[in-house]
Design a protein around this ligand. Sequence first.
Ligand code: P1T
Length: 380
Amino acid sequence: MKFATKAIHVGQGADPATGATIVPVYQTSTFTQDAVGVTKGYDYSRAGNPTRTALEDCLASLENAQHGLAYASGCAATAAICHLMKAGDHMVVSSEVYGGTYRLFKMVMEDLGLNFTFVNPTGPDAFVNAMTPKTKLVWLESPTNPLLTVIDIESIAKAAKEKGCLTIVDNTFASPYFQQPLALGADIVLHSTTKYIGGHSDVIGGCVMTNNNDVYEKLKFIQKAVGAVPGPMDCYLTLRGLKTLAIRMEQHAKNAQAIAEHLSKHPKVSKVFYPGLASHPQHALAKKQMSGFSGMMSFEIKGDVAQTKKVMESFKLFSLAESLGGVESLLCYPALMTHAAIPASERDKIGISDGLIRLSVGIEDVDDLIKDVDQALATI
Ligand code: P1T
């Protein structure tokens, strides 16, 4: 079965109890048992719920994984993976990650005795050199948020495997439609389903997919024991959004490519970060490991911070908002919004400047989006 068909059908057969064509919202915390310990497969919704099972099965199929697990948010999924480590264990992390991922590692997990080394993501050697006998996990996000750096998943996963470490890829920016990290050798894939997978900016969620049975058993236990699970209505909304993922991603990528090309010729723009541009430093790698370049981009204007803010506040169709991946276009100021948790000195080192604007390009008519970009830039 191909991607678009799986998104609509896997895990979503007619409801066995009623024949409902669409997976019902099983809005129940508990399940009546036929006799003590005799259930129809579910006993309590923290452990499992049929609406969640449908979502987990469908998500797994989209990453060609045997197992899928859904969480209450992308950060909850990230925290679940941290629970695979014990105090004293070490993770090598790409220095370019979502600000909330950095915050969770540095400000929550380090206090519990986990250790993290952040490395420049552009050379596989940096990951290998940072590994110690205590390293258990390697964390990649590709393309990165918000600089759209493309990381060589295959090389790093291979090197990690040789050292006995598991590689995790946060695949939120690409979506499973454009990138399949497990096929590139990664052990675990993670998404904030709040973004492209849900696709309509109306639900928070996260997920993890793997083919490793041992990792799945551990994560399944952690999911139940920690309890950061999505409710049935959240699973329903995510599943509803997921059905159109393929068609949405095509349009996101088409619109983003057109806007990136337009911006790169614009006299008021100094730099554009989009993996679909031939000028992107990892364009060749992006072409090799992704089947499309998705809908996220960033750019810098020729101007100071005040002018950057003026431009940002002048958009009319793009909303000034955190998050990404919805059908509507958004823009954000990473330094003060999504990546504010990263200290300014670290942001400078990474390249998240005070002039950086991030766009989540939606699926509106691209002519309207380009007009909006142009009128905002015309204000300075
Ligand atoms: O917001 P939540 O569902 O918990 O997902 C966290 C997360 C994880 N990974 C990546 C790559 C992300 O971008 C995010 C969330 N990001 C934003 C809210 C943002 O605007 O970038």
